[in-house]
Design a protein around this ligand. Sequence first.
Ligand SMILES: [Mn+2]
Length: 397
Amino acid sequence: MDFLSFYFKNWPQKYQKKPESGSQNQYSADLIFISDLMIVYTYFSIPSFIIIFADSMKNLSAFKALISQPQKVVIVTHFKPDADALGSSLGLAGYLKKKGHHVTVITPSNYPEFLAWMPGHEEVIALSKTSKAPEKKAVTSIENADIVFCLDFSALSRINELGDWVGKSSATKVLIDHHLDPEKFAEFEQWDTTAASTAGLVFDLIGELGDKNFIDANIANCLYAGLMTDTGGFRHGNTTQKEFLTASELVGYGANPSVISKLIYDTNSIERLRLLGFVLSQKLKVLPEYKTAYMTLTSDELKQFGSQTGDTEGLVNYGLSIKGIKLSVLMYDRKEEIKLSFRSLDDFSVNEMARKYFEGGGHKNASGGQSKLSLEETLNKFLSILPEFKEKLNSNS
Ligand SMILES: [Mn+2]
């Protein structure tokens, strides 16, 4: 029985007898009532106090002063942005624009087609391998910026050459992120590894600034998309009450869960579904002794299914959907390098594995990595390190 039900077990009896008005009994009954109210208030306010202030930016008043005047703002996010990266960036951009700032969003690469509905995405400067024009614009924006926000990544190396330009820039840097092991490069940080999404951290920050009234349906939809996808549709271990509270508020501000979920999850191209079918029937391998599933895709196979940016996203989760599997890995050949995508359950840290062996990292249960070896050599390397993790993979936590 919890504290409250225990304490108020006798409440009905306590308040059943109505004392005569003006009597001494009435006076003490009022006192008891007031002290009861104070206990209820304290009981409920302690947890909400922790929820509200857990992620707060340390020097909030200085940050508030910084954005109190219109500024030239640049928002950058990571390579091949996912819905959290782009959603948190465009949600923040929408808010800052309403506050009168001049905002430019820059991505180090293109982003998947299923995100090309996000309000404001048409104005994003996406760097590309084929054209130097966006690069010029991006460099000028960063050089002229008063503030550079870095969203959903924690090390400047994750944004390729953009990282050098941001590093060199004299702008004030602000990091908003939930990845492990951040680099110290920002003057202001809204950084919390227990947060499920960067979009949620942006929402918290807007709240801490007392500006939730600026959130409109466009901003809410962008932030909701980030929150929904980084929790795997509110299914992953990072989904707590906080995520539902944030989602609920965003819906209150106009986010549309069914529309967003359709736009993101159910707009597959037939080629992507065929690729999925091919991977599941031909490429998915299981190693029961390591509770591991893995799949590899050659560049020819990707080409055969006309694979676009984002088409491989989510494939790795199918490995983890097998009963008893604790680790799932997808390795695919993007020609310039081999990309690896890791997912795990419970306490098994793929962040550790990706950091130690595959120049990557991310979160405990979801990480990325890369390898300069061939696909076959990368697979062999992966298989050769598995014995090191056998015990952890077979433990019950
Ligand atoms: Mn994220």
